[in-house]
Ligand binder design. Sequence first.
Ligand code: FES
Length: 425
Amino acid sequence: MAWHSTSAHEQAATVNDSTPIPTSAATHGRPDGTLPTVAPPLWLLAELTYRCPLHCVFCYNPTNYAAHKNELTTAQWIAALQQARALGAAQLGFSGGEPLLRDDLETLVAHARKLGFYTNLITSGIGLTDTRLDALQAAGLDHIQLSFQDSTQELNDFLSSTRTFDLKKRVAASIRSHGFPMVLNCVLHRYNLPHVDKIIDMALDMGAEYLELANTQYYGWAHANRAQLMPTADQLREAESVVNQYRQRIGNRCTIYFVVPDYFETRPKRCMNGWGSVFLGIAPDGAALPCHTARSLPGLTFPNVIDTPLREIWYDSDAFNRFRGHSWMKEPCRSCDERFNDLGGCRCQAYLLTGDPANADPVCDKSPEHERVIQVVRAAAERTDDRTTEHPVLFRSDANSRRFIAQPGQPATEEPLRNGPGVRI
Ligand code: FES
């Protein structure tokens, strides 16, 4: 299960807020002052594979993931983990695709644990048998985040184009019986926002201690399906009100995260807590990424952990330095007094919406391109037919990924490719 973009935004921010920077790691900066002082990474996201048994319409993996078939070997992953820990990374997410498709997951968890990482498995649950849970527990896994697509079988199975709802419920029970903290994740959008109460009820029934209601962020496959998934402002307001009522009612029993999607804000997020600030992602083939969707950005070459030391990648590579700090900014960010807070927002969103990753994130109402965001939100409000027979969604699949590869420049087009493998609702 791909780690959804909202998770990455939020978890990177959480780490930055709560985790002290390891004192053993030196900070780097350029003597000429052209680059900010660079602290070590705290969060390592190991995307073990792009392979996945699900076909989620909001997957954040690159739409051209089929072009990146190579995967690091076990030994290469272990070497990368060692280097990341030596740099100062403290928290480690194993993600994908579906990380359980790697037979060496338990081995990697055991190594990570020995190195002193706090380890988190981010999974759809498909393949998480009791036997593997036993092995992961023995290896020292700290935490599992299990994803659901909805509280109903119909929508859960439709959005992933699989029949997995009942299996996920069984997996949730097994995770709990093994004593892992129960952390559920559900990506929200137009189709399931009206079920948010049922989703919370489901999480409470499963004994969840944390529930991440991750409103869709529009990257990767979610961007291709943006017209279909974009909710209305009324839907979001209603869902947030329901979440707040539950928070009051249940107190500490379960912590519920709910973040409004960027498109409904007027100031951008400090994405990833700043480019090359705390987050270090490693893609299945070893490409090192400053954010999980950076691969979609043009004009950047991402160094690979197979042939470049991670320390060099983090501190010295063009890819990690390109958008560090604020000296790269153009107007209106360059002279904006809020630039130190939001750092210009999200580079990937700026690219997807304006074609230039160095532009201000157009979520910001000071951006000259903000109207693009308004238009998308307005179109969502004006849409009256929510049946996907009228608005077919594009499922993540190898075949559809190959179609993206055959049509470079797809992110700039507004119309997604059609004809996913799933049933229609
Ligand atoms: Fe925000 Fe890439 S997702 S910088």
